[in-house]
Design a binder for this molecule. Structure first.
Ligand SMILES: *Cc1c(COP(=O)(O)O)cnc(C)c1O
Length: 304
């Protein structure tokens, strides 16, 4: 595999002194602008596997603003795979050029197949996959959001030895692959806090499939009503945080995560002098798509 990568580093966030905790952000968003953050980690071993099995085509699934779709398209281009995205929502077929994520994925050579929401729900069904295989020839399948055993293996590489100095590791949760990798690498004195970006009781079960430790917990108070749901308070927070610390957060995952972490610091959830590491899992490509929707909702825009 040969990606053009920058390294991810831990950056200290200079909180007001009376907060009495230490906060650092692991800048996984800096790995690559499009194959960013956890999506790089989750694809790494999957694409190696596809290469070693001599697959020429990668097929995956996603919504119209999906960071995963953008990452698969860009990674496929860099590594010479043909990529196919099964996209939720038939109406989008006419809107590829208006949608920043799909437009980008197309520019990377991704082919799309748009399916209805009900067909999309069925996507992991054998019959649906068989039909796709007949139609599109053979492909290596990366699941929605990219979570499988190889993805978790990649996410086990996010934390390194020096990170064992932290008491808390905090991350956003979508399907649970990223937090599973963090848990597997964590030390027993550390606590891993996951902040789900959506409502859903299935997440703990998902995570339990990949981990054996129990030094983790899901904090379910900061999903803002559901996946990709936002309000003015969240947008104002993201813009203020960016202004103060010069770190962009995305509205779907890392903005909600950091909002929650700061609120919990303010509520004295963490013991005095705790060292907290927040994982910036990327997702910044999603900001321009969100801004288009914010205009329609007459909400303030996220500064890019
Ligand atoms: C996909 C994504 C997540 C969620 O990761 P899971 O492994 O699905 O839990 C978190 N943050 C960002 C920025 C993402 O794009």
């Amino acid at each position: 595999m040969s990606f053009n990568l920058e390294y991810s580093i831990n950056q200290k966030v200079e909180l007001p002194e009376d907060y009495e905790v230490e906060l650092h952000i692991k800048r996984e968003d800096k790995i690559n602008p499009f194959i960013s953050g956890n999506k790089y980690r989750k694809l790494k071993y999957n694409l190696q596997e596809a290469q070693s099995l001599d697959y020429k085509t990668i097929l995956t699934f996603g919504g119209a603003y999906s960071n995963h779709i953008a990452a698969v398209a860009a990674a496929g281009k860099e590594l010479g795979f043909k990529t196919i995205g099964i996209i939720r929502g038939e109406e989008l077929v006419a809107k590829v050029n208006e949608n920043p994520t799909l437009r980008f994925a197309k520019s990377q050579g991704m082919h799309f197949k748009f399916v209805s929401r009900s067909a999309y729900r069925d996507k992991e069904n054998e019959r649906f996959l068989e039909v796709l295989k007949e139609e599109l020839n053979d492909f290596y399948l990366v699941p929605e959001g990219g979570t499988n055993l190889l993805a978790v293996k990649g996410c086990e590489e996010i934390l390194n030895e020096e990170d064992s100095a932290f008491d808390y590791i905090c991350c956003a949760v979508g399907t649970g692959g990223t937090i599973s990798g963090l848990i597997n690498t964590s030390k027993s004195h550390q606590k891993i806090l996951g902040f789900p970006a959506l409502k859903g009781d299935f997440l703990s079960t998902n995570i339990s499939k990949f981990v054996t430790k129990n030094n983790w917990e899901l904090i379910t108070d900061y999903h803002f009503g559901g996946y990709a749901k936002v309000n003015k308070e969240l947008i104002d927070f993201i813009n203020q945080f960016n202004q103060e610390y010069n770190i962009s957060l995305d509205p779907v995952y890392t903005g909600k995560l950091m909002f929650g972490v700061i609120k919990m610091i303010e509520a004295n959830y963490f013991e005095k002098n705790s060292k907290i590491l927040v994982i910036h899992t990327g997702g910044l490509q999603g900001i321009s798509g969100m801004n288009k929707r914010l205009i329609d909702k007459e909400l303030p825009l996220i500064n890019e």
